[in-house]
Design a protein around this ligand. Structure first.
Ligand code: CTP
Ligand code: MG
Length: 227
């Protein structure tokens, strides 16, 4: 049956700025989204993928097959979770709903196969799912309303959530629907799962699996993908 991947790619890239949504910016000769899809579909555990695109997206190259695996498209929504939900619903009916799905940002071009291996292995063992994450390295300050330091946060058990994140599809659909019904905006899939009582496993991933959010991130991605 195999694991399906969903790639939310319907964002506008407002923090990045510019005319082209960041998932279509080119790095090492290909758009960011091509790198993200390639990393997923090249992996032997992944059987197919669904990409969620903005309704007015005129840049999608129309790929339907990558590494010999089906690549489907659907229309995304106003929030990231809406796009993920639409993509999860577009997975073909014959795929086992109790099976794992991986959710990965289109703007995260430097995913390595070894991280997919370890994430999938963890999620296969842990019923509540798993996510790639990196330990926080900086000292964390909490600000008061005047922008002064109000305190230093202990960072010992703090992690930055990365993608992919891996969950059983039916459980993730239910959790995202629940968040939507409650009007709660979730910024990753794990957060939706946590809301309904799950405790996903943190899997330490590579720190160079960066998300391109700002132009400085793009420069770093160019460097990493030219290696
Ligand atoms: N995304 C999506 N649908 C949305 C919002 C985001 O599919 N309504 C996708 C983005 O395309 C991206 C991923 O979710 O691949 C991570 O989101 P983010 O980095 O926040 O991208 P944008 O929302 O495009 O950027 P910004 O928040 O700066 O506008
Ligand atoms: Mg966003």
């Amino acid at each position: 049956n195999g694991i399906w991947a969903v790639i939310p790619a319907a964002g506008r890239g407002t923090r990045f700025g510019g005319d082209i949504p960041k998932q279509y910016l080119e790095v090492a000769g290909r758009p960011l989204i091509a790198h993200a899809l390639d990393a997923l579909l090249a992996h032997p555990a992944i059987a197919g993928a669904v990409v969620a695109l903005a309704a007015d997206d005129a840049r999608w190259p129309g790929w339907t097959l990558l590494h010999g695996k089906p690549l489907l498209r659907c229309q995304g929504g106003g929030e990231r979770a809406d796009s993920v939900l639409a993509a999860l619903r577009a997975i073909p009916a014959h795929v086992d709903g109790g099976g794992l799905v991986l959710v990965h940002d289109a703007a995260r071009p430097n995913l390595r196969g070894g991280d997919i291996d370890r994430l999938v292995a963890a999620a296969a063992q842990h019923g509540d799912g798993a996510l790639l994450a990196a330990p926080v390295r900086d000292t964390l300050k909490r600000a008061d309303e005047q922008g002064r330091v109000a305190g230093t946060e202990p960072r010992e058990r703090l992690w930055r959530a990365l993608t992919p994140q891996a969950f059983r599809r039916d459980a993730l659909v239910a959790a995202l629907e629940s968040a939507r019904a409650a009007g709660v905006v979730v910024t990753d899939e794990a957060m939706a799962m946590e809301r309904v009582g799950a405790k996903p496993l943190l899997v330490e991933g590579r720190e160079d699996n960066l998300k391109v959010t700002t132009p400085a991130d793009l420069a770093l991605a160019r460097y990493l993908l030219s290696q």
